[in-house]
Every structure is written in structure tokens, then in C-alpha cells.
Design a protein around this ligand. Structure first.
Ligand code: TTP
Ligand code: MG
Length: 591
């Protein structure tokens, strides 16, 4: 019920329209009893009544009126049905539109942790299939329920006015039908929840296969992946069939009960007519409206199925709706300052769900300094820099920027002061120009070119078919790993931020290009604190200071010369890279 309340809230702006649709549904379906009533009048007056022949000649006018009335009401009902459907469609589409925007914003506003825990395929299912199911339910299933119910009630009331006893005889079938329907609903509900889960798995597999297509091809694992997909597909299909077939267990009972209405009507109604308790016309009215009582009973299974699907989807959407990110922008109206770019880690520890990755790390970076971070793979370098823009929050200690705990800063302001080139380079399906200017869409063209030059990307860009207008990413021309890194670097430089973080950004470029990039970084035309994660001594050597991480701990800190003199981890790496003599690098720099 909480979910329905939620839907009601989201109908805001279209509530009046939706209530109008519901009311029109009620009015339109109540009118269903008018024609059988007119039919009853015609039969009793002109066909089967005592003075039928007499009336046929005397009251021709009335007969024509009644016939015209029938036609008129049929047209009216059609017109109403048209209007009703329009109102349902409009209000539910408007609601869907609003919820979609809200959910999209909500997903955008989530922190990294949310994405660690939610599969893309699942989120996509929620944003598409689930939302559509909810809209479909609002427009069609609720309409069907309301209309069936109204027709049922109207018919029963009408029946009562004709003959209460006969009506009660008919209604004797309702309680067993409701009991069967209730048992069915209880049994089928978990099946639809399961079905929904399998659909999400199917979508996740599809999405991963498409995204990871290159890797699959590289390992010639197509067949395995096709099998994996087929597996999920079969699972989903089986669950679908299972849920649909459950209905068949109950169908014979419900159908028999529904047929029972006709039988009772024939037996009891026939007797009543013979006894003169009801007229022929009244019997005809019963007979022409008996479907209004038996059909809802027949459809109860379909309705229950759809309602279960509706709730399974609705609860998934409500999940997104109420998901709260831990790391949020308070949106206090602050004036966006330009930071000096001082950074401090004060006894910082950090853990993901599965264990500690940073342990009691403390260091300070002054404004304008260039710091290199080195360490074996998995030592926590990326995790460490992720704490500065608050992609994650520390578990213990503090990260300070310009002397202020990042948790006390506005996210927009903090991130607006950081230019970052992440380790996994992601370019958008856009032009190269659009990708470089991603952080600043107003970037003049000459600046785009300038930053591409600094990132050693200009030369290869102009050789591309359409230069800066070449589309890259999913649909466009492919780029090499080093080329992507350089565009990502240009993108990070182009935003002019006082803090620049480069996570392994030159790992895939050749030494000559790297040298060019280093020179550019030294000569940047704006003041900037730089944190550069790198594996090559050629990159780290020129930094003001080098931090060495090992297994989440800061084990060495100093200049190139100091660390060489220390003869620890850094010295070993240096020897390995410069002399190639194969000194073994151990975690603590000892052989
Ligand atoms: P990273 O911080 O990613 O290690 P790194 O950047 O030093 O490694 P590389 O040189 O290969 O880029 O990971 C540190 C540990 O944290 C590692 O054991 C994996 C774990 N980890 C998670 O559990 N979840 C995450 O999202 C990330 C990024 C890392
Ligand atoms: Mg990393």
C-alpha cells in the first residue's frame, strides 16, 4: 500500500485527470446496464408481454424511441470509452515522464558505492521495463479492474431490483471463486518476484556481453558467452512459463464457476419465469447481463497476474526512488572558490566492503607541488586518490583540502577544483573536440587544440579522418590505449583546476611522448598541485616528492635522490628499470 501512496504522490499535476479517468470509467461502465434495461422493456412491451401485438400497433413511437435510445447509448459509451482511454494515457504518460526524470537524476546523484553494488543491467531494467509495467498498470490494469468491478456491481444492483432471490442464487458462486482466486494470488506472487529477478539477470548478461565484446572476442569465448546467455534466457523463459502455467491449475475451477452462472440462471430463472415470478423481458435482461457477473470472475486470474507483476516492478522502482547516497551535495548556496590546492591526509584509513586497503596514511602536499605516487599493483594508489574528490569517504582520519575536511565542503565546489584523469579511460560517443571540452563546453577551439598539444594528442588527432570532429567512442573510430589516455589528459588539463590528479595516465604512451607530456605539465599556464600516479621512474624522478605505497601503507616518502639513497623499494624499481639487471623487487625492497 505504501507503493500505491508513492504512485499517488507522483501523479501530482495529473491527479485531477486521473480521477476524471477513473470517474469516466465508472460512468461509462455503469451505462452498460442501460441497453439490457431497454431490451427488457422492448421484450416485455412488444414481444412477449400480454398486449404485445396491441402495443406494437399503438405505441410504435415508443418502440422507435427505445431503439434509438439503444443506438444513442451505444454511441455515448463508445465516445466515453475514447475519452476515458485518452485521460488514462495522458495522466500515466505524464507520470512516467516525471518519474523517469526523477529516477535518472537520482541515479546520477548516487555515489561510487551505489555503482559498486548495483548492476548496470538491473538499473536499465528498472529504468525501462519496470517503469513501463507501472505505467501500463496505471493505464490499463487499474482501468480493467475499475470497469469490471463497476459493471459487476451495477449488474448485481440491477438484478436485485428485478428479483432479489434469483440474484442471491447467482451470487452463491462468488465466495468459492474469491477463495480460489486468493489461493492463486498467494501462490503466484513469489513467482513474479523471481521472474523479475531473472529478467534483470538476463539484461545484465546482455549488457555485459555487449560492453565486453572485445574481451570476449580476444579470448575466443563467444561460445561460452552464448551458452551463458542461453542459460539465462532459458531460466527467464522457464520462469515465465511456470508463472503462466500456474494459472492453468486454477483455470478449470474458475471457468466452471463462471459457466455455473449460466446454468443457475437457466434453471432458477427458467423456473421463475414459468411460475410467473419474473417476466420474459426480465429473464432476457438477466441473460444479457450475466456476462457482466461471470466475466470479472473469469478474468480474475489475468488481473491477479498483472497486479503481481505491477507490484514486483513497482517495488524495484521505489527502491531507486528512496536510495540515499552516503556522499551528497548539500547544495548550500556557496560561492565557488578557487582553492589554493593544499592537500593533507591525516591518519587516513579506508576500507571497501571486503577489507582495509589504506592504513593510517599521513602526508601533506603544498600548493603547486608535484607529487608522484608509486607502488605495486593493488597497493591502494587509486583508492587513495579517490578520497580527494570524495568518490568515497575515509573510514578513519581526515582528508583536508586547503585545510578543510573534504566532508565539510560542498561536493560541487570540491570537485569543481579538481581535474582528474582516471585510470580506466572512458570517452563518450562524441567528437574528440566534445570529449576534450567535456568539463567546459564553452572552451574556445584554440584552447582545445592547445590542450591537445600539451597532452601530445594534436598530431594524431589531425591525422584522423575528420580531425577534431571525428566521432570516437562506441560508434566512432577506435583509438589506441595511449591515444585515449592522451585525450583524457587533455580533458583533465582543459578544466584549469588547481588540483590535477593523473592516475597512470602515461602508462600506455611511449617514452618520447611521455617526455613531451612531462614538459607540458611543468609549463602549465595555471597554478596547479599535481598528483601523478606512475610506475616509471622516468615519470616520478622529476616530482618534488615521491610517495611509495605498499599494501595500503605509506612506506617511503622523499625526493628522487633521497629515496635512491635510502635503497628501499624505490631504489629497487630504479635499478630494475634502468639497468634491467633483474634485481628482484620485494615488498620491502629487500632481496
Ligand atoms: P587500487 O587502489 O585500485 O590499487 P592500485 O591503484 O594501487 O593498483 P593498480 O596499480 O593496479 O591500479 O586497489 C587497492 C585494493 O582495493 C585492491 O586490493 C582492490 C581493492 N579494491 C576494491 O575492493 N574495490 C574497488 O572498487 C577498488 C578500486 C579496489
Ligand atoms: Mg590504480
Amino acid at each position: 500500500m505504501f507503493e500505491l501512496k508513492w504512485l499517488w504522490q507522483n501523479l501530482k499535476g495529473d491527479r485531477a485527470r486521473y480521477i476524471l479517468a477513473l470517474s469516466l470509467s465508472v460512468v461509462g461502465s455503469s451505462l452498460t446496464i442501460v441497453n439490457p434495461y431497454i431490451g427488457q422493456r422492448i421484450v416485455d412491451t412488444f414481444i412477449a408481454g400480454d398486449n404485445a401485438m396491441q402495443n406494437l400497433t399503438d405505441e410504435r413511437g415508443l418502440l422507435i424511441m427505445l431503439c434509438l435510445g439503444m443506438i444513442g447509448f451505444s454511441l455515448l459509451r463508445t465516445g466515453l470509452a475514447y475519452l476515458t482511454t485518452m485521460q488514462y494515457e495522458r495522466s500515466s504518460q505524464n507520470m512516467l515522464y516525471r518519474i523517469r526524470i526523477y529516477l535518472y537524476n537520482k541515479i546520477q546523484g548516487q555515489d561510487m558505492q551505489y555503482y559498486d553494488h548495483n548492476r548496470t543491467g538491473d538499473l536499465m531494467t528498472k529504468m525501462t521495463g519496470d517503469l513501463d509495467m507501472v505505467r501500463h498498470s496505471m493505464a490499463w490494469i487499474i482501468k480493467m479492474i475499475i470497469e469490471s468491478l463497476t459493471i459487476f456491481i451495477a449488474a448485481v444492483i440491477y438484478f436485485f431490483t428485478i428479483d432479489a432471490e434469483l440474484t442471491l442464487w447467482l451470487l452463491i458462486l462468488s465466495p468459492p471463486i474469491f477463495i480460489v482466486a486468493y489461493i492463486f494470488a498467494k501462490r503466484v506472487r513469489p513467482m513474479y518476484i523471481d521472474l523479475r529477478e531473472r529478467l534483470s539477470q538476463l539484461n545484465t548478461t546482455t549488457q555485459e556481453n555487449i560492453a565486453g565484446n572485445r574481451v570476449i572476442k580476444a579470448f575466443a569465448r563467444e561460445e561460452y558467452e552464448i551458452e551463458k546467455f542461453a542459460d539465462k534466457n532459458i531460466n527467464y523463459s522457464k520462469a515465465n512459463k511456470k508463472a503462466a502455467l500456474v494459472w492453468l491449475d486454477y483455470f478449470p475451477f474458475l471457468e466452471s464457476f463462471a459457466q455455473g452462472f449460466n446454468v443457475i440462471l437457466m434453471l432458477a430463472g427458467g423456473l421463475f419465469v414459468m411460475n410467473g415470478r419474473i417476466t420474459f423481458g426480465e429473464y432476457a435482461a438477466f441473460s444479457s447481463l450475466i456476462w457482466a457477473v461471470s466475466n470479472p470472475m473469469r478474468n480474475i486470474g489475468i488481473i491477479i497476474n498483472d497486479i503481481q507483476r505491477f507490484f514486483a516492478s513497482l517495488s524495484k522502482i521505489v527502491d531507486i526512488y528512496y536510495a540515499k547516497p552516503y556522499i551528497v551535495n548539500e547544495h548550500n548556496p556557496v560561492e565557488k572558490r578557487r582553492f589554493e590546492g593544499r592537500i593533507e591526509f591525516d591518519h587516513v584509513s579506508f576500507k571497501y566492503d571486503n577489507g582495509k586497503v589504506l592504513d593510517d596514511i599521513s602526508f601533506k602536499i603544498e600548493s603547486g607541488e608535484t607529487i608522484a605516487i608509486m607502488g605495486s599493483t593493488g597497493s591502494g594508489k587509486t583508492s587513495l586518490i579517490n578520497l580527494i574528490p570524495r568518490f568515497y569517504d575515509v573510514s578513519e582520519g581526515r582528508v583536508l583540502v586547503d585545510g578543510i575536511d573534504v566532508r565539510k565542503l560542498e561536493l560541487d565546489e570540491l570537485r569543481g577544483n579538481i581535474g582528474i584523469a582516471t585510470q580506466d579511460v572512458l570517452l563518450f560517443s562524441d567528437t574528440i573536440d566534445g570529449n576534450i571540452a567535456f568539463g567546459d563546453p564553452d572552451l574556445p577551439e584554440e584552447d582545445t587544440i592547445e590542450y591537445a598539444r600539451l597532452a601530445a594528442a594534436h598530431d594524431f588527432i589531425i591525422k584522423m579522418p575528420e580531425g577534431y570532429d571525428t566521432i570516437v567512442g562506441e560508434r566512432g573510430v577506435g583509438l589506441s590505449g595511449g591515444q585515449k589516455q592522451r585525450i583524457a589528459l587533455a580533458r583533465a588539463l582543459a578544466v584549469h583546476r588547481p588540483i590535477l590528479i593523473l592516475d597512470d595516465t602515461t602508462s600506455a604512451v611511449d617514452l618520447e611522448t611521455e617526455e613531451h607530456i612531462q614538459k607540458s605539465l611543468r609549463e602549465l599556464d595555471y597554478p596547479c598541485t599535481k598528483i601523478i600516479i606512475a610506475q616509471r621512474v622516468s615519470t616520478t624522478a622529476e616530482a618534488d616528492r615521491i610517495l611509495i605505497l605498499d599494501n595500503g601503507r605509506l612506506i617511503e616518502e622523499g625526493t628522487h635522490a633521497e629515496l635512491l639513497a635510502k635503497r628501499g623499494y624505490y631504489y629497487d624499481v630504479f635499478m630494475l628499470q634502468n639497468e634491467g639487471i633483474g634485481r628482484k623487487v620485494t615488498t620491502h625492497g629487500k632481496e
